[in-house]
Design a protein around this ligand. Structure first.
Ligand SMILES: Cc1cc2nc3c(=O)[nH]c(=O)nc-3n(C[C@H](O)[C@H](O)[C@H](O)COP(=O)(O)OP(=O)(O)OC[C@H]3O[C@@H](n4cnc5c(N)ncnc54)[C@H](O)[C@@H]3O)c2cc1C
Length: 318
């Protein structure tokens, strides 16, 4: 995931150097510009899967500029380090109205700090009116994840949308998605959007890597989608350590070039294929080459995807 790089502006500014300050400004203006760009996407700067079908009935929450205040309704741990957080939207009748793939840039100022912390998180719910939910993995000493895990019902969070990837039905014949850990969250929206649209013929192949099989997020949903639409959605789980209950359906170890090649369509169909990748920076570096500019740019294509002959235009790093 680009998170380590996206952290740089804030950590640098804590060092109070002029360089740190300019990095912080650069980081924040990038988010501003991403949000402005987002405003150009449809009604209220957003559209949803449901808005495609019923554009006039939709009432959306995020205006496309400025931060919106969300109130935590409830939260619970779903694994040893991942929490599900369900927030109330300011208008109980509205949906989030976020198009795939849009994340929310959260902002909070820690006690005693003089500069806010900004971190992106991706809503994973099915656009239920009045609510928005996140799955947040906690990192040791994590500023953003630690803050979200510490929130109690009634506490508030400021967030604004950042559009990460402009998805159009049938734009690609195949999407190969490579995700690591909580890096799956940006792709949940797009997987649901593609597979719930009968007019969309895009095939999706997911390579999803985790430390243990217990860390796999939303596994039952992915398994159900794969069993209902086996020609359109294939899942390949890769786990470093498998439990004794592993039934042999996982690849053991780390993502390899062979796993990716096996997940991708036949080489003759690569022209219209897009590979999307999000996960820990070392995983992104190994699979697709490191992001550039402290994580603010795509960086050149490297790693396994370059070795197998993909072009940088066919790959999007998050
Ligand atoms: C587009 C996008 C969407 C995202 N959506 C989600 C989401 O829905 N849910 C979610 O949980 N996260 C998501 N993230 C990651 C999130 O934004 C933060 O980067 C993450 O929570 C860590 O931030 P932190 O402030 O807690 O940790 P930091 O204070 O930045 O770092 C604390 C420690 O954790 C380590 N660390 C931080 N990030 C990672 C990582 N990715 N892998 C391994 N070690 C790491 C650091 O090395 C450091 O030692 C998303 C990231 C992007 C780019």
């Amino acid at each position: 995931m680009a998170s380590v790089a996206r952290r740089y502006p804030i950590t640098a500014v804590l060092g109070t150097s002029a360089f740190g300050l300019s990095l912080a400004y650069y980081g924040y203006s990038r988010y501003q510009s991403a949000a402005s760009q987002h405003r150009s996407y449809g009604r209220n700067g957003n559209f949803t899967i449901s808005s495609v079908a019923e554009p006039d009935r939709l009432k959306t929450t995020f205006p496309g500029s400025g931060f919106t205040t969300l109130t935590l309704e409830e939260s619970h741990m779903i694994s040893h380090n991942v929490k599900m957080l369900r927030f109330k939207l300011p208008d109980g009748d509205a949906q989030s109205g976020l198009s795939p793939i849009t994340s929310l840039l959260t902002r909070h100022t820690a006690e005693g700090a003089w500069i806010p912390t900004f971190r992106p998180y991706t809503p994973i719910d099915k656009d239920e009116p009045g609510h928005i939910s996140f799955l947040v993995k906690r990192y040791p000493n994590g500023k953003g994840s630690g803050h979200l895990h510490s929130l109690k019902p009634g506490d508030t969070l400021s967030a604004r949308p950042i559009h990460e990837f402009d998805y159009k039905p049938n734009q690609h014949s195949n999407l190969t998605i490579v995700a690591g850990g909580a890096g799956i969250t940006p792709f949940v929206q797009i997987i649901r959007a593609v597979l719930s649209n009968p007019a969309d013929r895009t095939n999706i192949s997911l390579v999803y890597a985790n430390s243990t099989d217990g860390d796999i997020l939303l596994k039952s949903e992915f398994d159900e989608l794969a069993s209902k639409q086996p020609d359109r959605f294939k899942v390949n789980y890769v786990v470093s350590e498998t439990s004794s209950s592993n039934d042999g359906t996982f690849y053991k170890g780390r993502i390899t070039r062979q796993i990716i090649e096996q997940a991708m369509p036949a080489r003759r169909d690569w022209n219209n294929t897009k590979v999307l990748i999000c996960g820990p920076p070392p995983m992104i570096a190994a699979v697709a080459g490191a992001k550039g500019g402290f994580g603010w740019t795509q960086g050149s294509l490297g790693g396994m995807l370059r070795e197998i002959g993909l072009d940088s235009k066919q790959v999007q790093k998050f």
